[in-house]
Design a protein around this ligand. Structure first.
Ligand SMILES: NC(=O)c1ccc[n+]([C@@H]2O[C@H](COP(=O)([O-])OP(=O)(O)OC[C@H]3O[C@@H](n4cnc5c(N)ncnc54)[C@H](O)[C@@H]3O)[C@@H](O)[C@H]2O)c1
Length: 309
């Protein structure tokens, strides 16, 4: 049997770099397709020196390049995207990369008859949830071009499934954090903000009562879910990947204060804030992927602080 190769868009980014070593460990070859806009060239060079990794420095906006580069690959992971904040400042670029890019990758995967495609969707497809936990069958109300492209991506996968039997899984990642994350990350920027203040001997400042919450999930667990999705028996559906636990901003501040070992109390800045809360319904991930998160927020955040992130 010939070796299985994963065509991996965005594989040089934050989450991708945690997935690649797991793929190598499982015996896959990895062909990273990344325009290196946010990719880490040194990290890729190290991986390529040690294992079967090649980098194609190209852009998902070019359908011909995607189609050509995917030749011979048995699996696809599609992570290349521009982020939510950039999608608000430049919707044109976001549509080009996230919508056209999605289509280029999915159409090529259908054409090459790959065994499985795993797509990085996002919890942001739900918009502001009406209740917790957020279930895959809940109403979707994506609010920004980024979120709209994630939702459209899921729908487009359904189209290529019906048309060409493409086998796919869309992973709706919740709030990913962990080593290697850029300090500009949108949803998790609150972590950096608190940590920076704590390191300067200042208390974290919380707007409102700190009830707003997120479902923080460690990048190591996110990476495991991508590998499980690549190999699961069941497919053709979206799956939440979170911990199921909503951590409030006030709790996060306390966890980080403990992790840094600072002798301060959070400052509450009385203000009306829109309280948004997030927590994934994790039952489908358990049933379909056998996925359980292994790193709880306190442990993950503490490690991040102690190792310098
Ligand atoms: N990090 C999170 O909290 C989070 C949450 C939900 C979903 N996601 C999704 O997971 C995926 C990976 O996220 P990440 O945090 O690793 O992001 P990242 O920005 O670190 O990685 C994205 C990678 O895609 C590459 N890329 C960007 N535009 C490209 C283009 N036009 N052509 C080819 N490559 C291009 C970048 O160079 C980068 O290496 C993304 O699709 C993201 O939307 C992330």
């Amino acid at each position: 049997m010939s070796k299985k190769t994963v065509f991996f868009t965005g594989g040089a980014g934050f989450i991708g770099l945690h997935v690649v070593p797991m793929l190598l460990e499982r015996g896959y070859g990895v062909r990273i397709f990344d325009n290196m806009f946010r990719g880490d060239r040194d990290a890729i060079a190290k991986l390529a020196a040690a294992g079967d990794v090649e980098l194609i420095d190209q852009d998902v906006r070019y359908g011909g390049a995607v189609h050509q580069a995917m030749k011979g690959c048995s699996h696809v992971i599609h992570f290349a995207a521009v982020s939510i904040n950039k999608s608000q400042s430049d919707p044109y670029e976001s549509m080009d990369i996230n919508m056209i890019g999605n289509h280029n990758v999915f159409a090529a995967a259908a054409d090459h008859g790959v065994e499985r495609l795993v797509f990085a969707s996002s919890a942001s497809v739900y918009g502001d949830p009406e209740h917790l936990p957020m279930n895959e069958d809940d109403k979707l109300s994506p609010l920004t071009p980024y979120c709209i492209s994630k939702r459209a991506g899921e729908d487009l996968l359904g189209f290529y499934q019906r048309r060409a039997n493409l086998s796919w899984i869309a992973l709706r990642f919740f709030n990913v954090y962990g080593p290697g994350q850029k300090t500009t990350a949108y949803y998790t920027s609150v972590i950096n903000h608190f940590v920076n203040r704590l390191r300067n001997g200042e208390a974290p400042v919380i707007d409102g009562s700190g009830e707003q919450s997120m479902d923080f999930i460690h990048v190591h667990d996110i990476a495991r879910s991508a590998v499980l999705a690549l190999e699961s028996e069941q497919a053709n559906l979206p799956i939440n990947i979170g911990t199921g636990i909503d951590t409030s901003i006030a709790d996060l501040a306390r966890i980080l204060i403990d992790a840094v070992g600072a002798d301060v109390e959070p400052i509450f800045n009385p203000r009306d804030v829109l309280v948004s809360r997030r927590a994934a319904d994790v039952r489908r991930a358990q049933e379909i992927l056998g996925f359980e998160p292994t790193i709880d927020v306190r442990t993950g955040m503490t490690d991040l602080i102690r190792t310098g992130g």
